[in-house]
Design a protein around this ligand. Structure first.
Ligand code: FE2
Length: 429
């Protein structure tokens, strides 16, 4: 009756000793002590079993290009944009494809099975669009990729943006992007939001804009994005990425803004690794953190996801596409150390981001895809704490990646002692 049963799982909601029965590509039963015929079994040994990690914000066209044509000497956002501009003329579709594919391999090994990638359309050749569309199709059996048409150099600022954006959408790019804070004026920024929302509404597409990625407390394009979402009735299909200006905004204004975002059904995507390194650069001390108000947005009932944003590119020299590292950084930067807050950080790289991407049949219940991870951790907090090994990554009921449990053997005081940093290991001592 089952092709595979995962036995003895702990789930993120705290349920223990749960068996997960899989038939074909789907989960068909979730209960203790499943009986019946099985093709094969995997013992979870009480470890955390969860649906895959989701990265709702990354740039596959620039990923792994670190050092090309040179390093970012200042480490700032603006030098990163300038550096990307220097690299763009030398890009080839093949090089973009190969680097992005390498990142996809890292993602799958890390248990990240859905990615929303922005793709720069401010290159009249649209090489990156073609490369990533081909990659999206190739990876489909193993990894879901959504592409956002992203006018990196400004929708009104770069002369060919609108034409290129429409061409990209015609080619099959899924989502409308934007960068209103990078337009020449606040007014241009607001106009770009209206124009892009109109395009998305006409075509029935989702929207995900880089929005207010600045420390300027008066950068309020999220307000326009929320109002436009209401006007077009597009709640649940629009996300504001970064929203870092909110960190610096006046508290009274924010007390009006957050309910508006909630009313509009706009989701928020923070990118903690990048926000903590790129924001606050004009500050001496005290130095702002820059990340948006994650805790307050979550408390208001707004869906908040966390993205990796960059992996070894002009903006960020580090990373290995580990979404637990992203959750860990958000937890620290946002002082999200309460037990419910820590669990929310795990949700932000799993179920929240799946909701933002409108992924169908995501989760652990009958009818969902058998896309599952077995982590070397007892619960979500431990997974974040030790950046748990992904022991099994299942995609559509089949093993996609496997890792051996991480452990060190100490030859200490005449004894051999195994240390794996988990609480189970502590309990066994
Ligand atoms: Fe980004």
């Amino acid at each position: 009756m089952f092709d595979l049963i995962i036995r003895g799982a702990t789930l993120a909601d705290g349920r223990r000793d749960i068996d997960i029965g899989i038939k074909g590509e789907h989960i068909i039963a979730v209960a203790p002590s499943l009986g019946g015929d099985t093709g094969s079994e995997i013992a979870a040994h009480g470890r955390l079993v969860c649906p895959p990690f989701i990265d709702p914000h990354v740039h596959l066209d620039s990923t792994l290009s670190l050092g090309l044509p040179r390093m970012n000497a200042s480490g700032t956002l603006l030098e990163g944009i300038a550096l990307w501009g220097e690299l763009k003329p030398a890009l080839t579709a093949e090089a973009i494809y190969n680097r992005a594919k390498q990142l996809c391999l890292w993602s799958m090994a890390r248990g990240t099975l859905a990615i929303r990638s922005h793709v720069d359309i401010c290159d009249d050749r649209l090489l990156a669009v073609d490369a990533l569309l081909a990659l999206r199709a190739e990876m489909k059996p193993w990894l879901d990729i959504q592409l956002v048409a992203f006018p990196q150099d400004g929708f009104s600022r770069y002369p060919g943006s609108e034409r290129n954006l429409l061409r990209a959408l015609d080619k099959g790019v899924d989502i409308v992007g934007g960068i209103p804070h990078f337009e020449r004026t606040m007014e241009d920024g607001a106009m770009s939001v209206r124009a892009l929302m109109r395009i998305a509404a006409e075509r029935g597409l989702m929207v995900d804009m880089h929005c207010d990625e600045t420390d300027d407390p008066l950068s309020r394009h999220i307000e326009t994005l929320a109002a436009q979402t209401l006007a077009h009735g597009m709640g649940g299909r629009v996300a504001g990425s970064h929203l870092t200006s909110m960190h610096s905004m006046d508290n009274y204004y924010v007390s009006k803004l957050i309910p508006l975002i909630h009313e509009a059904g706009v989701a928020a995507i923070a990118n903690p690794l990048i926000n903590i390194t790129l924001q606050g650069r004009h500050d001496t001390y005290p130095k702002r953190r820059g990340m948006t108000r994650v805790k307050e947005l979550m408390q208001a009932g707004i869906t908040v996801g966390f993205g990796h944003d960059c992996v070894m590119d002009p903006w960020y020299p580090l990373g290995s596409h580990n979404m637990l590292e992203v959750a860990n950084m958000a937890l620290h930067v946002g002082q999200l150390t309460g037990i419910a807050d820590m669990q929310s950080c795990f949700a932000a790289v799993t179920e929240n981001s799946a909701r933002i991407m409108n992924l169908p049949d995501y989760g652990i219940k009958p009818g969902c895809y058998a896309d599952l991870l077995i982590l070397q951790a007892a619960d979500p907090v431990e997974a974040i704490r030790i950046s748990a090994e992904r022991l099994f990554v299942l995609r559509r009921g089949k093993i996609l990646a496997q890792a051996t449990p991480r452990a060190s053997t100490l030859h200490f005081n005449g004894l051999e002692t195994v240390v794996d940093f988990t609480r189970a290991n502590l309990a066994a001592q």
